[in-house]
Write a protein that binds this ligand. Structure first.
Ligand code: ACO
Length: 336
């Protein structure tokens, strides 16, 4: 039932799970024509995590979800909705969110997947916030989870060095007035969607011998065009969300950007004039985990107790679509 007054929605707990297997730049040197120096200087990435053949996206999403529930001190039955942001679902259907619902025993939850690529977690936060704000739901789990290693062409050096696997989760619930999500923005530019695609396996080009022979079940990317888009978008999306809640870049205490490339992050940092120690970066360890990147970075920053009560935290990401998303949070540490 809808209540009359709007509520404040915030992140009350975070969790994550990273696969154990590490693939270093030196390992990649043995697999494809690349080298450690090129990867570090062009991207900042040193290593990434890879799930084994026996694990799918729902498996790592489940572990992140259980970790968030534990950190919230909450039972799975208290979750009303599960949103899984991913471009690497276990299969076309059922949704990965429904598989996670079963795995964690969230029997009272609705569940769906959300597809906005690397911006998916930011889109998920915006969607969840609206449901909490209106009183429609009380507790929502938003998960960003990817097994990108399963859709990477390890003969294509333009893409295979960039991405990794991982999962992060948050629980969004009602919080005190003035805290939680102060504003958020979502955007899309489908006109440039061709710059970053997984061409086959959908209804346009169903799987066939031909699509396999043409290696169309792997990520294809025009890296330099995506790079230009990202440079333009990251700072702008962060500024848009700040403006929406009446804050300025001087108010920002902590920035958690999508972890794609240190040069892209640096451009946003420069534009926001924020000092490096107030920016969370883990892409050296994990590479780009698409929808999981911001979720995992947020959990790490939270577990390290870098986020203080009252901090203004900006989350911002961009991705295939093309898409972008940002949010401004007034942080509070909740312990149940
Ligand atoms: N090792 C060695 N050389 C390489 C590698 C590699 N792994 N990859 C590309 N190169 C070569 C290219 O073949 C090219 O060589 P050429 O000039 O002889 O043709 C050259 O390096 C390209 O160099 P640059 O143009 O200088 O590369 P750039 O500085 O643009 O960096 C990169 C490439 C890292 C891909 C960058 O463009 C980038 O980060 N783009 C954004 C990508 C991104 O963030 N995508 C994720 C979106 S998120 C999502 O939704 C999934």
């Amino acid at each position: 039932m809808l209540s009359n007054s709007l509520k404040y929605a915030g992140i009350i707990a975070t969790g994550s799970y990273m696969p154990d297997n590490i693939l270093t730049n030196f390992d990649l040197e043995q697999m494809v024509d690349t080298n450690n120096e090129w990867i570090i200087s062009r991207t900042g990435i040193e290593e990434r995590r890879i799930t084994g053949d026996d694990m799918a996206t729902s498996d790592i999403a489940t572990k992140a979800a259980l970790n968030a529930l534990y950190n919230a001190g909450m039972s799975p039955e208290e979750i009303d909705l599960i949103i899984v942001a991913t471009i690497t679902p276990d299969m076309a259907f059922p949704s990965t969110a429904c598989i996670v619902q079963k795995n964690i025993g969230a029997k009272n939850a609705a569940a769906f997947d959300l597809g906005a690529a690397c911006s998916g977690f930011m889109y998920g936060i915006t969607v969840a916030e609206k449901f909490i704000k209106t009183g429609y739901y009380k507790n929502i789990m938003v998960i960003g989870a990817e097994t990108l290693s399963k859709i990477l062409d390890y003969t294509d050096r333009n893409t295979c060095v960039l991405f990794g696997d991982g999962a992060g989760a948050v629980i969004i619930s009602e919080v005190e007035e003035g805290y939680g999500v102060l504003s958020s923005c979502m955007g899309a530019n489908g006109y440039d969607g061709h710059l970053l695609t997984l061409p086959a396996g959908g209804s346009r080009r169903p799987a066939s011998v031909e699509t396999i022979e043409e290696r169309l079940h792997y990520i294809k990317m025009d890296g330099s065009e995506v790079f230009k888009f990202a440079i333009k978008t990251m700072g702008q999306a962060a500024e848009d969300a700040l403006e929406k809640c009446g804050l300025t870049k001087e108010d920002v205490d902590f920035l958690i950007p999508h972890q794609a490339n240190t040069r892209i992050i640096d451009s946003a940092v420069k534009r926001l004039k924020i000092s490096q120690e107030r920016v969370y970066i883990n892409l050296n360890k994990y590479g780009n985990m698409s929808a999981a990147s911001i979720a995992v970075a947020l959990d790490e920053a939270n577990q390290k107790q870098l986020l203080k009560d009252g901090d203004v935290v900006v989350l911002v990401g961009f991705g295939a679509g093309l898409t972008w998303g940002s949010a401004v949070l007034k942080w509070k540490n909740y312990r149940r």
